[in-house]
Design a protein around this ligand. Structure first.
Ligand code: PEP
Ligand code: MN
Length: 361
């Protein structure tokens, strides 16, 4: 009977399907183990040479009825699925990932918590210029109940002829002002050799956008025990940003704050393009706290408030902005810093929107 024959053939096919499934999963388990060995040895997961050699051997043994091209196509799909499996399991092992640690990391800056229930504001001048300047800003921060003061002493400037910062002298000024007003100091370090010196003065080491992939600096920050604020590179993808943070965590320093600061796009209406979607993506993919630098991302004073609101509404753990007693004469970023009365109004308006309140549980 024809029908009976069809049933029999189908039954045979069903059995082969199950055998294939078993073989595919055995192969996948083996590929996963190979991925783990590669991970340990720091070898790239994708090995085109090995793939080509495997395909050649397979095709050599192909007796049909599938054509060689079809066999190549089918096996390429299997290889791709195995590679995806290796990469997903690698992602899971990243120290920065949510899969690795479900609970939010809270960075404790001598009692000021970033990534806990209360969003934080980091404010201060672009560059440390004088004691008088920093003290004026520190006083303004204190009056507004802001605990984290920023200020650059080592400035990575586009032109070598622009003000390069006061160096260690600048860090001393920051420390003195912070101690006077009970604030914490965040300052950028550009040279791995300066980290130890900087730790005498700063509470958080900032790694700037231009140095996000300065791997020696990342390793040195990983070896330090001072919290690190890592800014997203000028054209860095979110994945590259997280790998940069991974360098610090894998070095043993778990106290890392991520900072979205805008990326390069074709748009010229703003200095950089604030990638607001990076905030929820980073919060989903990583347990690290996320800040948004509304000054460097926009380069514009007139849209600071809506951008701050957007950042906090998107789930940021705080914002960063530049404040200077007299922006017109600032030695760097004169066009984008805000003066103290504007800062006072900004903070009052932001507080009025309740976005700086403790987040609901
Ligand atoms: C800064 O915050 O001082 C700075 C230079 O910013 P970025 O590294 O994001 O350009
Ligand atoms: Mn600046």
């Amino acid at each position: 009977m024809r029908e009976h024959q069809l049933d029999e053939l189908r039954q045979e096919l069903d059995e082969i399907n199950l055998k294939l499934l078993k073989l595919l999963n055995d192969r996948a388990a083996l590929a996963k183990r190979i991925g783990e060995v590669k991970q340990k040895q720091g070898i790239n997961k994708f090995d085109p040479e090995r793939e080509r050699a495997m395909l050649e051997t397979i095709v050599k043994h192909n007796d049909g009825p599938f054509t060689d091209d079809t066999v190549r196509y089918l096996f390429k799909q299997i290889f791709k699925a195995s590679l995806d499996l290796q990469q997903t399991s690698q992602k899971k092992t990243l120290l920065v990932s949510r899969e690795k640690q479900a609970a939010d990391t809270v960075v404790d800056i001598k009692g000021t918590l970033v990534g806990a229930v209360k969003p934080q504001v980091v404010a201060g001048p672009c560059s440390v210029e004088s004691e008088e300047q920093v003290f004026e800003v520190a006083r303004a921060l204190k009056e507004q109940g802001i605990e984290l003061m920023r200020g650059g002493a080592f400035k990575p400037r586009t032109s070598p002829y622009d003000f390069q910062g006061l160096g260690e002298e600048g860090l001393k000024i920051m420390r003195k002002a912070a101690d006077e007003f009970g604030l914490k100091v965040i300052s950028e370090i550009v040279n791995p050799a300066d980290i130890e010196m900087a730790e005498q003065y700063v509470d958080v080491i900032q790694i700037g956008a231009r140095n996000m992939q300065n791997f020696e600096l990342l390793k040195a920050a990983g070896a330090a025990r001072t919290p690190v604020l890592l800014k997203r590179g000028l054209s860095a993808t979110i994945e590259e940003f997280l790998f940069a943070a991974e360098y610090i965590l894998s070095g043993g320093n778990s106290q890392v704050i991520l900072c979205e600061r805008g990326i390069r796009t074709y748009e010229r209406a703003t200095r950089n393009t604030l990638d607001i979607s990076a905030v929820p993506i980073l919060k989903n993919e990583s347990h690290l706290p996320v800040l948004v630098d509304i000054t460097h991302s926009t380069g514009r004073r007139d849209i600071l408030l809506p951008c701050a609101r957007a950042a906090l509404a998107a789930g940021a753990d705080g914002i960063m902005l530049e404040v200077h007693p007299n922006p017109a004469v600032a030695l760097s970023d004169a066009k984008q810093q805000i003066d103290i009365p504007t800062f006072d109004t900004f903070i009052k308006n932001l507080r009025a929107s309740r976005l700086l309140d403790e987040k609901p549980a």
